[in-house]
Design a protein around this ligand. Structure first.
Ligand code: IVH
Length: 716
């Protein structure tokens, strides 16, 4: 086949992509004919650049990664065969060169300033009043002062200089006056365009020279996977995405940087030769049109009240993003007004950073206690010198498991870093060995259950130690809490305190005792009067009508969370039918594997459990499947297990990119969020899962591997 001549080149890049892919399929690459090779290389570069932009800038890829890889590879092969075709801006030329001995210094033509901080709404309003005062000569009292607000990315500031649309220098911020030349490293970051696109005819041509300012950072998901890889190789993991980004960008060998999953987002421009837009918000739109990625988490406002709302809303939403943000930057939108306001010392008057409350603090680890969960898992918990973190006093935090403590050499008496992220339980992140006095003592898992005194064991393939006693009081208290909890029987008023009280007073020693409680018994309990007792009895009575999958979830059978319970109830119309089910009939149920099947069979084989089921039924608790729990086939589309469910993704999947997985979920009416919370229904785990996996396990969120995820999609 002859090379397509310019006249047969489709002007639409999507169509062009397909033409090139077909051509690759039929003829392969490269070509011996120099002229043909030159045409093809130019076309491939154009198409690869187009898809880079779709992916990195617009966050809307059009082709699967595999097709992109084929185009990229073809270009690479072609340029190898015809080195004269290589241009410095070719997408294949991101990596190259020998390691440096040191970074060259770069003087910034205009300093990169820092920002003053606002810690609350009042600080923001005071700043706004100062801006209005400063603009009194140019802005009438009744004229609105437009503001632009953007997320403040927690990474490293860099300045990218483009000349005639080509990236010529990338520099770190340094001290604001002089930075380091990291051009070769910046070129390896896929979201940094090597060449700018000419903005569509909107009156502003490509400037002759333009400094783009922005932040280099590592996405949280990439960071988790990257750290996991480091750990597997036996290298020390990074403490947070910011350190990982800094360590990666300041590598003297660009091939090392190239392997690090860095991203870039611009937030403004520095000096320019050429015309630039008149406002901050228009500048960011303009950068996007030139192919430079900017965050979409930004907005323009007419007054400070709306800005305050925007900032405060982000305090709770920060964990929904796949990147760390530490605040919101608010800027006077009009550049002419920014110039009137100018700067004081090192920060501009026209911008301010609203800082989120800190989420990490250091304190003393007073002791490590162990807690017994309802499955008997023994979990170490930190007893802390109380410390204020993000508006809450924290005196306890999770230490996950014995390996976690040993791997990090955390000792009783240590000064430790404690983190409270979103609605995740506070956790001890690491210790600070430098602060040791010699009084600290290493910790070991106790040999006996703190509740019942029986020996505890570590099961193969489990990170946790377990108390195996079936009559362990602590396990029963946790089970009772779980049974009454929101995902199970949802009994109002029965929380952990009351569970302890009911169990310790001997009023409830097995789950069915709940349905036998009398008002007189309750009235003898501390803190109970007529009304409270009646409310609790009403709540218990109401729970007898709960759908079967909730009862099944509440029984606390290992591996039977809400999702598995639903699947089981689809297949078996009553608790009695399930009790009779064989291992084979259980594994025949979609989504039920041999481990879960065994756990179910074992549970129903225990005589005590059989009599529990019988007692619950005779006390009026519903043990039959209800119509809305019938299998999806019988209910129509609304029953898609994905519709309405919230997913979190962690690690790399083989058959999907992140985006493909997200789209697939969203197409079925599900939602994908960035972090595990009380609302998460499923965690999809790929290879090298991050800390989200552990968080999901702690919250007993259903974890799907790629195959189970695929099955779920198929069902939907
Ligand atoms: S504006 C003169 N906008 O925060 C204006 N900075 O504390 C200064 N940063 O060094 C920069 N996101 O690295 C601006 N949307 C944003 C930002 C942002 C992150 C960083 C930037 C700067 C530091 C200032």
């Amino acid at each position: 086949m002859a090379a397509p001549t310019t006249s047969d080149v489709p002007s639409n890049p999507v169509e062009h992509t397909q033409v090139l892919l077909r051509r690759l399929e039929q003829n392969g690459m490269p070509t011996a004919d120099a002229e043909e090779a030159a045409t093809l290389a130019a076309q491939l570069r154009e198409v690869v650049r187009f898809h880079d932009r779709k992916y990195y800038v617009e966050d809307a890829p059009l082709i699967p990664d595999s097709e992109y890889d084929r185009l990229f590879h073809a270009l690479y092969v072609l340029e190898e065969a015809h080195p004269e075709l290589q241009t410095p801006e070719s997408p294949t030329q991101r990596i190259g060169g020998e390691p440096l001995d040191a970074f060259e210094k770069v003087a910034h033509p205009e300093p990169l300033l820092s920002l003053s901080n606002a810690f609350d709404a009042q600080d923001l309003r005071d700043w706004y009043d100062r801006c209005r005062q400063g603009l009194a000569g140019v802005l009438a009292d009744d004229e609105p002062l437009h503001l632009s607000a953007e997320v403040k990315l927690d990474g490293l500031a860099v300045a990218l200089t483009y000349e005639d649309g080509r990236l010529v220098v990338a520099a770190t911020r340094g001290d604001g006056q002089v930075g380091e030349n990291i051009t070769r490293n910046a070129r390896t970051i896929r979201s940094v365009p090597l060449r700018l696109s000419t903005p569509p005819d909107d009156g502003l041509p490509l400037p002759e020279r333009l400094e783009v300012r922005g932040e280099v950072f590592m996405r949280r998901s990439r960071f988790d996977a990257f750290n996991e890889r480091l750990r597997e190789r036996g290298d020390a993991p990074f403490a947070n995405p910011r350190n990982a980004a800094a360590g990666s960008l300041r590598q003297l060998d660009p091939t090392v940087t190239a392997e690090r999953p860095l991203s870039f987002l611009a937030y403004g421009v520095g000096p320019a030769q050429g015309t630039v837009p008149p406002t901050q918000s228009a500048t960011l739109d303009w950068l996007t049109r030139m192919g430079i990625p900017v965050s979409s988490q930004r907005a323009r406002f007419d007054d400070i009240d709306a800005v305050v709302d925007f900032c405060e809303a982000w305090v709770d939403k920060r964990d929904t993003l796949d990147m760390e943000i530490d605040g919101i930057v608010v800027k006077v939108d009009r550049i002419a007004y920014q110039e009137v306001l100018g700067a004081i010392a090192k920060a501009p008057r026209w911008a301010i950073a609203y800082k989120f409350p800190a989420r990490e603090a250091t304190t003393t680890l007073r002791d490590i206690e162990v807690n017994v969960g309802r499955t008997g898992a023994i979990k170490p918990e930190a007893v802390l010198e109380p410390v204020h973190i993000g508006g809450v006093t924290v005196s306890q935090a999770t230490l996950h498991n014995a390996d976690y403590i040993a791997d990090r050499d955390i000792r009783v008496g240590d000064t430790v870093v404690v983190k409270r992220a979103g609605d995740v339980i506070p956790q001890v992140v690491r210790s600070i060995p430098e602060a040791r006095t010699g009084e600290e003592s290493p910790w070991a898992m106790p040999a006996r259950c703190p509740s019942c005194g029986s020996a505890i064991v570590r099961l193969p393939d489990e990170a946790d130690y377990f108390c195996m006693a079936s009559d362990c009081p602590a396990q029963f208290i946790r089970l009772l809490e779980h049974f009454a909890g929101r995902s199970a029987m949802d009994i109002e008023g029965l929380g952990s305190k009351l569970a302890v009280l009911l169990a310790e007073e001997g009023l409830v020693t097995r789950l069915s005792d709940l349905y036998d409680l009398s008002k007189d018994e309750l009235l003898q309990l501390e803190g109970f009067a007529e009304k409270k007792a009646q409310n609790l009895l009403d709540g218990i009575e109401a729970s007898t009508a709960q759908p079967l999958h909730r009862l099944l979830t509440g029984l606390g059978i290992r591996h039977v969370g809400r999702d598995v319970a639903l699947r089981l109830v689809h297949a078996f119309p009553s608790l009695e039918a399930l009790a009779e089910a064989s291992h084979e009939s259980l594994t025949a149920v979609d989504g039920i594997g041999p481990v879960t099947a065994e756990s179910v069979v074992d549970w129903f084989a225990v005589e005590e459990n059989q009599s529990l089921v019988e007692d619950l039924r005779s006390l009026g608790v519903n043990t039959e499947r209800q119509p809305e729990e019938a299998p999806p086939e019988a209910r129509g589309d609304a029953a898609s297990p994905i519709a309405g469910a919230t997913f979190v993704l962690t690690g790399a999947l083989d058959g999907f990119t992140r985006k493909e997985a997200k789209t697939a979920i969203e197409q079925q009416g599900g939602k994908v969020t960035g972090s595990v919370s009380g609302n998460t229904d499923y965690l999809v785990r790929g290879q090298n899962p991050g800390s989200k996996l552990q968080q999901a396990q702690e919250r007993e969120v259903t974890v799907l591997d790629e195959e189970a995820f695929r099955d779920l999609l198929e069902q939907a």
